[in-house]
Design a protein around this ligand. Structure first.
Ligand code: PLP
Length: 339
């Protein structure tokens, strides 16, 4: 695998060429409410408008299009947006996609991935068993596993968001990036800082189960407990053997910040009632950090990424209407917007 030190802006430009025609160049739109709250122009990159409803299509298409011509299929274990991206990308290229998941995955997620043309293989009752099956498929059937974040082509694909944002608004000074495995933040940081080294990049995660934040603090990849969160797409670890997204995030992020479930709830309500956007909890962690006063005065214009819209609508409606919601053993109290 590529070393972090030789991964750079030219890799992101190469990905931009590979994904052209499959991935949308999405709008960057202002939020008047957030601009007033932040005291600087606040812009949102609308990645929920990708064909699969999330930015992960960029990394998946970048990786699948970079495979050698003799590869007949790909595999992954993601039940979320990465699984959708890999399914869509494989279909585009005309190769097979097998998405492995445990029998505990909700039927709606299984159906969503199947509808995109992937074969779903249900194995065991844990993510570990699904991962073992994915590995077996690589060995036995010659499929290639696509990592959701720790792969140079995936990171380069996500980085094309940074290229587009800086092309749309060369004056951007601060980027607030939702942070989980760090493929998005690493790619965007390489791209944005490659174009303008003065751009400040802030990674934002939920405070319960923030693996990259904890790993940067520790100086090496660490495992953290997992919790249910309104920002469910930000859950999961970064991998003990992380090669690329960890060192890139460690070296390129100016800051990482954590937000609470209450702060995510408030920001989801702002995005709904003020910006009139329906999107995942993972999208508003940047707004949540600004609204909670966790970032101090930021230099503008500020950009953030509305990363996806593949959400649980009944949970969303409860949050928006001010009902209590149960997140595992955590009770998130409801709050009516404006009260
Ligand atoms: C995957 C994902 C993220 C985080 O991306 P990483 O590369 O894992 O840091 C944020 N938002 C959504 C909607 C996602 O699917």
């Amino acid at each position: 695998m590529q070393e972090p030190s030789d991964f750079g802006l030219e890799d992101v430009f190469a990905a931009q060429t590979r994904i052209k025609g499959t991935v949308n160049n999405t709008p960057l739109i202002p939020s008047p409410f957030m601009s007033r709250a932040a005291g600087a122009e606040f812009l949102m990159k609308m990645e929920l408008m990708q064909p699969i409803g999330a930015f992960k299509l960029r990394g998946a298409v970048s990786a699948v299009m970079a495979l050698p011509g003799d590869v007949t299929g790909v595999t992954c274990c993601s039940t979320g947006n990465h699984g959708r991206g890999v399914a869509f990308a494989a279909k585009r290229r005309g190769i097979k996609a097998v998405v492995c998941m445990s029998s505990l995955v909700p039927q709606a997620k299984v159906d969503g991935i199947r509808a995109l043309g992937a074969e779903v293989r249900i194995v065991g009752t844990s993510q570990d068993e699904a991962m073992a099956e994915s590995q077996r498929l690589c060995d036995a059937e010659g499929l290639v596993e696509i990592s959701p974040f720790d792969d140079p082509h995936v990171i380069a694909g996500q980085g094309t968001i940074g290229l587009e944002m800086l092309a749309q608004r060369p004056d951007l000074r601060t980027l607030l990036v939702p942070l989980s495995g760090g493929g998005l933040a690493a790619g965007v940081a390489v791209a944005a800082k490659g174009i303008n080294p003065d751009v400040r990049i802030v990674g934002v995660s939920m405070d319960r189960g923030a693996a990259m934040h904890a790993s940067i603090r520790a100086g090496h990849p660490v495992e953290v407990a997992e919790y249910l969160s309104l920002a469910d797409s930000l859950g999961g670890g970064i991998g003990r053997e992380n090669r690329l997204s960890f060192p890139l995030c460690r070296d390129l992020l100016d800051q990482t910040v954590l937000v609470t479930e209450e702060e995510i709830r408030d920001a989801l309500q702002v995005m709904f009632f003020e910006d009139r956007i329906v999107a995942e909890g993972a999208c508003v962690v940047g707004q949540a950090a600004v609204l909670a006063g966790k970032l101090g005065a930021l230099e503008g214009p500020i950009g953030t990424i509305i990363t996806g819209r593949n959400l649980d609508m009944s949970l969303f409606l409860d949050v928006i209407s001010g009902k209590d919601v149960q997140l595992g053993d955590y009770l998130l109290k409801g709050k009516r917007y404006g009260s």
